[in-house]
Write a protein that binds this ligand. Structure first.
Ligand code: GLY
Length: 357
């Protein structure tokens, strides 16, 4: 059965509901509707509460939805305390921060992206200029840096001292077969110790908005997988993977393991689900089920066969309905609607187990 057929979607949703897989958080998220589009609706990953507030305020003041979501994520890109995005993001295995971002403007169906961009705090703003001032959609690496320089972006060292210390701990601890040795007396920087105990982090910010007129835009921006192979590009700058906007349907974006999202054209899959009649949250869950189904590598499976990683999708429909879903329980997303800015629970496929595997 083609699971992109409307019949397939309806059967699948009914089966899931009948099997009791739809948790209370799914049901509540799937009924999230703005009473009317009297104001903007903006969704973001949980690290984007300031982004949703800023974007909503700009749209209320008449700004274009793309300018609004970019201004929103710029706050997080410039925040040295967020180790997953922009300035202060965790570096690649060589200790160099490389940023990925893309933007998509619903009313004009246009898109722009940069990948593996070094030294520029706000890759989302560079992605918008790629969209507006070139005949291309994506520019990467050294070319992206030269392009940003040409447009007057300031170059800075994106590696904050905190991110450098986390990277150094990773470097000294991840192998006992190299020449990097941890200090005899560990420092008491508990925050970096906690972070480096995680094998990898995929933190990212996605932000999508719809205006009262029904115009949509979205942006995704990230420092990508921590300690990645230099030049590794995730889903965030790839149109259709980390972001997709269709002004007749809605906007969707992702965070989490980019490799899984790229292989399933994740955000485009969410939008196609909505186009075929699914609610935003049902479409997010459907795309996550496809990821689970297509993750065949044993090294990515827990003992029970479920994925070892997480992915989250966020979506807003043209009519203001919104939702988000994760593979694992416990996640939240930021949303501005009906004049309120808040975190709401994501729907999910699996209850997160208490014990560590
Ligand atoms: N989703 C962010 C990344 O994989 O780079």
């Amino acid at each position: 059965m083609d699971d992109l057929s409307r019949r397939g979607f309806l059967q699948s949703a009914a089966a899931v509901a009948a099997a009791g897989v739809l948790t209370p958080s799914v049901s509540s998220a799937s009924t999230n509707r703005s009473a009317s589009l009297s104001g903007p609706v903006v969704v973001s990953s949980a690290n984007g509460l300031r982004a949703t507030e800023k974007a909503a305020s700009m749209i209320r003041d008449g700004a274009d939805t793309l300018d609004a979501v970019i201004a929103g994520v710029n706050i997080v890109e410039e925040d040295p305390e967020d180790n997953s995005v922009g300035y202060g993001g965790l570096p690649n295995e060589d200790g160099v921060v490389e940023l990925d971002s893309c933007v998509m403007h619903g009313p004009t169906c246009r898109a722009g992206a940069v990948a593996a961009l070094r030294n520029i705090k706000t890759p989302s703003s560079v992605a918008k200029i790629v969209m507006e001032r070139t005949d291309h959609v994506m520019i990467v690496g050294e070319g992206a840096l030269r392009f940003a320089r040409a447009h007057g972006f300031e170059e800075v060292n994106l590696l904050t001292d905190k991110a450098r210390k986390i990277w150094l701990k990773w470097k000294e601890k991840h192998s006992d077969r190299d020449d990097w040795i941890p200090p005899e007396v560990p420092d008491d920087d508990t925050q970096s110790s906690a972070l480096v105990d995680l094998p990898f982090s995929y933190g990212t910010i996605n932000c999508c908005a719809v205006s009262p007129a029904g115009d949509l835009s979205g942006v995704t921006t990230t420092s990508g997988l921590s300690f990645k192979i230099p030049g590794r590009v995730g889903d965030s700058p790839i149109i259709g993977a980390g972001l997709y906007v269709d002004n007749t349907v809605g906007a969707a974006g992702s965070t989490g393991r980019g490799e899984a999202v790229i292989r399933t054209c994740g955000s485009h899959t969410v939008i196609e689900g909505m186009r075929h009649g699914l609610s935003p949250v049902e479409a997010c869950l459907s795309a996550l089920r496809r990821i689970v189904k297509t993750t065949t590598e044993k090294r990515l499976h827990r003992k029970d066969g479920r994925p070892k990683f997480d992915v989250k999708f966020y979506a807003v429909a043209r009519d203001g309905r919104h939702g988000a879903a994760a593979i694992w329980s416990g996640a939240e997303y930021a949303v501005y609607s009906d004049g309120q800015n808040r975190l709401e629970p994501c729907a999910y496929l699996y209850e997160k187990p208490e014990e560590k595997e």
